[in-house]
Design a protein around this ligand. Structure first.
Ligand SMILES: [Zn+2]
Length: 380
């Protein structure tokens, strides 16, 4: 039984808007890292963040450009990205080395490969951003539009991505399909597309999952093999929870909040980057100067965190609402609580969370959901 969450699938499924050809939501189970690994990850992240601040305060980018004589902002920026990425790898090294499952030489090779990938991805993502910053004072608006476009397209494509990950689907056995269709009818949803079982679990997400996918006559319920093997009365609860997400329009409601959070983050970043005393501390002439890269990284971390907390809080409220929907439709709180227990045992959903993990979790911890379930009073 695991005690800390990652809710990987939650993020993926929650972000899918129901304006495209499909909608889907997760079952509430979540993929877990063991607590020790989570703590190690957190310490490594803190060490990397401190290293970025060190690069900024020591004005290492300026020294690099001075010593190497790199000319032009593109070459300069790639050089600074390589410098800062290398510094972050070094900061994380004690933690990643302690957790390695390969020989020391293999670990070094892996780190070098990861560093090369980080530099390449960093350059691909950052060069267009700096081009915008250098071209227009309204760069933050253009950058947000690009980011928002990628978000919407990514979410619309998520059902296809998940489908590719879970492999070919097979129709559910008739008794199970009948049960699910009855629940759909009780919840006011016509599942004309039937009930399918995914060929394999999505290894990048929770180990037990279910979705409501598709529009109109193609709308169907997909159960991953882990969930499909549960007792029927527990599957009922999962399906009712998923239908709750669909009926309550959770995906389409979340999208504008996500986009607004992104816009606020970009606007704040632009305002702070135009504050000259801050640029002076970093030894940067203007925001489009490649030397500002560590400042931009530090700023991104500081500004993204509030947005992440806000969205996680919203996600948890949606999960509670889907739980209440399921309880209202089926009126079986004991079975729902047993389903949550099973999600913890089989799917790795966290039963309890330390406060700092709770703040960024997309699902309330299982114990909290069970308590709410026990206290649920049906509407009269
Ligand atoms: Zn859910």
């Amino acid at each position: 039984m695991s005690t800390t969450p990652t809710a990987v699938r939650d993020r993926a499924s929650q972000q899918v808007p129901d304006l495209g050809p499909s909608e889907l939501h997760d079952s509430g189970a979540s993929h877990e890292l063991p607590p020790a690994e989570t703590r190690s990850d957190t310490r490594a992240s803190i060490a990397a963040a401190v290293m970025v601040l060190g690069c900024l305060l020591a004005r290492l980018p300026d020294r690099l450009l001075h010593e190497t004589g790199l000319r032009g902002w593109v070459a300069g920026l790639v050089g600074v990205i390589a410098l800062v990425s290398g510094a972050r790898v070094i900061a994380r090294a004690p933690f990643t080395f302690a957790r390695r499952s390969v020989s020391a030489s293999m670990w070094v090779a892996e780190q070098c490969l990861a560093l090369a990938g980080t530099i390449a991805v960093g350059a691909v993502l950052t060069l267009p951003l700096y081009a915008l910053i250098r071209a227009s004072s309204a760069w933050w608006l253009w950058a947000w539009l690009l980011f928002a476009g990628v978000t919407v397209v990514g979410q619309a494509a998520m059902p296809l991505v998940l489908r590719a990950q879970v492999g070919p689907m097979i129709p559910a056995p008739l008794p199970l399909a009948r049960r699910v269709l009855v629940i759909g009818a009780q919840a006011g949803v016509d599942l004309a597309g039937g009930v399918l079982i995914a060929g394999k679990a999505n290894t990048k997400g929770p180990r037990c999952n279910a979705y409501v996918v598709g529009l109109g006559p193609s709308r169907r319920v997909v159960l991953e093999p882990g969930v499909a093997a549960w007792p029927p009365e527990l599957i009922d609860q999962v399906v009712a929870h998923e239908i709750g997400h669909w009926r309550l329009g959770h995906t389409v409601r979340r999208l504008p909040i996500t986009l607004a959070a992104q816009l606020t983050t970009f606007a704040l970043a632009a305002a702070i980057l135009s504050f000259q005393p801050l640029l002076d501390i970093a030894g940067v002439a203007h925001p489009g100067d490649p030397r500002s890269y560590p400042l931009l990284l530090a700023l991104t971390g500081a500004l993204v965190l509030p947005a992440r907390l806000l969205l996680a809080r919203y996600d948890r409220s949606q999960e509670r609402a889907a739980d209440r929907f399921a309880l209202g439709v089926l009126g079986e709180p004991e079975a729902f609580a047993r389903m949550l227990d099973r999600a913890a045992d089989d799917g790795g959903a966290a039963r309890q969370l330390p406060w700092w993990r709770h703040l960024v979790a997309g699902h309330p911890p299982i114990d909290e959901r069970i308590l709410a379930c026990q206290q649920f009073v049906p509407a009269t």
